[in-house]
Design a protein. Structure first.
Length: 140
C-alpha cells in the first residue's frame, strides 16, 4: 500500500475529483523538473540539451510540452538507450516525481511513465479528498 503525506499549503479543488488548472500546471512543472533532474544527474547537461533539441527538432515538442507527450519522450529515450535503458530512466523519473510529491514509490511491472504520472495524480486527489472539510466530520 502507498503511504501519502501532503505537505504545505495546497490549493486543490474542494471536491477532490480533479486538479485545478493552476495545480495541474504546477504538477506538470514538477514532472518536467523531475525529467530534467534525472537526465542531468545521470548524463549531464550536454545529453539533457541534446534530448530537448531532438524533441523540438523531430517532434516540435518544447520543454514545457514534455509532460503532455510522455509517450513520445519514452519512444525517444528508447531510440537512444534501447528499451531496457528507457524503462530504467522512466522508472527513475517516476521515482523522482513521487519523491517531489511525498508519495512512496513502488515499481510496477508494465507501467509506463504516463501510468506512473496518472497514478500520482489519483493519489494526490484521493489524499486531498480525505483532507477536505466534508471528510473531517465538521471539525475544521
Amino acid at each position: 500500500m502507498l503511504k501519502v503525506t501532503i505537505l504545505g499549503n495546497d490549493k486543490r479543488v474542494a471536491s477532490g475529483s480533479s486538479l485545478s488548472a493552476a495545480e495541474a500546471n504546477d504538477f506538470n512543472v514538477q514532472v518536467n523538473l523531475a525529467i530534467d533532474h534525472v537526465i542531468y544527474d545521470i548524463f549531464g547537461q550536454g545529453v539533457l540539451d541534446s534530448l530537448h533539441n531532438h524533441l523540438k527538432d523531430h517532434y516540435g515538442i518544447t520543454s514545457d510540452e514534455i509532460p503532455y507527450r510522455l509517450k513520445t519522450l519514452f519512444e525517444t529515450l528508447e531510440q537512444i538507450f534501447g528499451f531496457p535503458g528507457a524503462r530504467t530512466l522512466t522508472r527513475a523519473v517516476a521515482r523522482e516525481i513521487y519523491y517531489r510529491h511525498n508519495i512512496d514509490f513502488r515499481s510496477i511491472d508494465g507501467f509506463t511513465l504516463q501510468d506512473y504520472v496518472e497514478q500520482a495524480k489519483r493519489i494526490l486527489q484521493m489524499a486531498e479528498a480525505m483532507r477536505s472539510p466534508e471528510n473531517s466530520g465538521g471539525l475544521a
